[in-house]
Design a protein around this ligand. Structure first.
Ligand code: SF4
Length: 501
């Protein structure tokens, strides 16, 4: 999972990319980068680390131009070293860059094709490099690349069609092309989010200015940065849609390979910022609905005598909203008794089991005075490996909790994700081969309650009939062919545990 941002027509493209990335930092904390274009050439700063640590006043001065893309990385493929930090650059045709959020399932197959058929040698194991080469190969074959050729939207759509027919998986991407403008596209299932916003441009005397229209545009993984930067949300890109903003500021859009929308349910459950609105569904509202949905399940267990809780305690941050709704429904006091150290990275994003376990102790401190002698109903957004939950249950018991129950706003995660969330190996998932009683034992809780599939679908669809998000990690119904990924997944996980920063 990563965060992407693209800007065009603003005199402060690099600054806005930086601020946009800061607002998307929760989507990835491994590395960050910004690429700008100023009419003379591309300029790029990228490094391992948080956005704040990669950029400073001095290096930002080199990022000139009114077109920019930015990326904040949470790596799921490749080795995770500097060479794989985005944005990527390619010199032919025209000169272009790319930022990408998602994961290509048949990446290795397509990399072989590029090597053998297109004679393109790849420098990394990153799927982003595969995407940009497939797109570039498609553009290079159009008349736009003849000596007098002009790049048209038809040419761009032809190249995008090539990407969508060859690549299987999830991809929300933004591509700046030298002197030609900005291209964005979303995979045919719209698995990863991508939004588009507009703003009347703030004109500046010394801006290099490739746009004349007086309008600036932003493309981003989520809507959260838009309001902050003064942009109006235009809309989400549709599944399989290409959006192109040319040097005069004209906007061209076309769905080149649209299929049924299958956006990832995890965006609402865990990943996206609460103020974001994705595919018309507010994240905050979805989390409230998840809490209300859980209340019925928990009440049943209370009536059976399995649960008798004195307080409801959220695991910060993303379960807080659902926990408030749950507490309201059940009439049980809501208490924030796990205090988060905000300077430690999100444990789910940390890349090894050991780091995750160690991080829990550093990250959350229980308020002993309020926990001792109480029965605690703990609310988690999801239980994936179970490692973090088990550790928190231990923390609560050490703090004197009489009983510890856990409720998950997400149903049991039983299957690998091949679309960019880092739980690719079924053997790592606590619910993959255990029944509820075995999960309760594994987590060390007195009772566990999960959201139902129907409750989740209802919460993230906000009443839109026929809305069918991807829930493949819960029900095994993958929205694409995943044959190419089977067998790779566990090896890749071990790879990451050994090699990443
Ligand atoms: S498999 Fe799960 S985590 Fe992966 S895209 Fe689908 S819903 Fe999201």
């Amino acid at each position: 999972m990563c965060g992407v941002v693209g800007l065009i027509g603003t005199a402060e493209a690099a600054k806005e990319a930086f601020l946009g990335l800061t607002m998307l930092q929760h989507r990835g904390q491994d590395a960050a980068g910004i690429l700008t274009y100023d009419g003379d050439g591309f300029h790029r700063i990228k490094n391992i680390g948080l956005v704040e640590s990669v950029f400073n006043r001095e290096n930002m001065l080199s990022l000139t131009g009114n077109m920019a893309v930015g990326h904040t990385r949470y790596g799921t493929t490749g080795r995770g070293d500097m060479i794989e930090v985005q944005p990527f650059l390619l010199s032919y045709p025209f000169g272009m860059g790319i930022v990408h959020n998602g994961n290509i399932v048949n990446c290795r197959e397509v990399a072989d094709y590029l090597k053998k058929k297109a004679r393109r040698s790849l420098l990394t194991r990153s799927d982003t490099e595969v995407i940009i080469n497939v797109f570039a190969e498609g553009l290079a074959r159009t008349p736009a690349c003849s000596p007098d050729g002009e790049l048209s939207f038809d040419h761009i759509c032809e190249a995008a069609r090539g990407v969508m027919s060859l690549l299987v998986g999830s991809y929300s991407i933004v591509i700046p092309i030298a002197d030609k403008g900005l291209v964005a596209m979303r995979d045919p299932g719209g698995i990863r989010p991508l939004v588009w916003g507009r703003r009347k441009a703030k004109r500046s005397e010394d801006a290099a200015g490739i746009l004349e229209s007086g309008e600036a545009h932003i493309i981003a993984s989520e809507s959260a940065p838009l309001g902050f930067l003064g942009y109006e949300l235009e809309r989400d890109l549709k599944p399989g849609e290409v959006l192109y903003i040319d040097p005069k500021g004209n906007v061209h859009t076309r769905v080149v390979d649209g299929r049924e929308a299958r956006p990832c349910m995890f965006e609402w459950v865990y990943f996206s910022s609460p103020e974001s609105v994705l595919d018309g569904v507010p994240v905050y509202g979805a989390r409230i609905a998840l809490g209300h949905g859980l209340a019925g399940e928990v009440r049943r267990r209370i009536e059976k005598g399995d649960i008798k809780a004195d307080i409801i305690v959220p695991i910060p941050e993303s379960s807080r909203i659902a926990a408030i709704a749950l507490a309201e429904d059940l009439g049980i006091p809501y208490r924030e008794l796990l205090i988060k150290n905000r300077y430690i990275k999100r444990t789910f994003i940390l890349d090894s089991q050991e780091k995750r376990q160690r991080a829990v102790n550093l990250k959350l401190s229980p308020v002993r005075s309020e926990i001792a002698g109480k029965s605690v109903l703990l609310v988690d957004d999801s239980i994936v490996r179970g490692t973090t939950s088990r550790k928190i249950v231990e923390l609560l018991r050490q703090a004197g909790a009489l009983k510890v129950y856990i409720v998950s706003t997400c149903p049991p995660v039983k299957h690998p994700c091949f679309y960019g969330i880092d739980f690719p190996c079924a053997g790592e998932l606590v619910a993959s081969s255990r029944d509820l009683a075995a999960i309760e034992r594994e987590l060390g809780v007195d009772a566990a309650v999960y959201q139902t599939l129907e409750g989740l679908r209802h919460a993230v669809s906000a009443g839109q009939s026929g809305f069918r998000p991807c829930m493949a990690c819960l029900d095994g119904a993958y929205p694409t062919d995943v044959t190419a990924a089977q067998g790779f997944s566990c090896a890749r996980t071990k790879d990451r545990q050994g090699g990443n920063p």
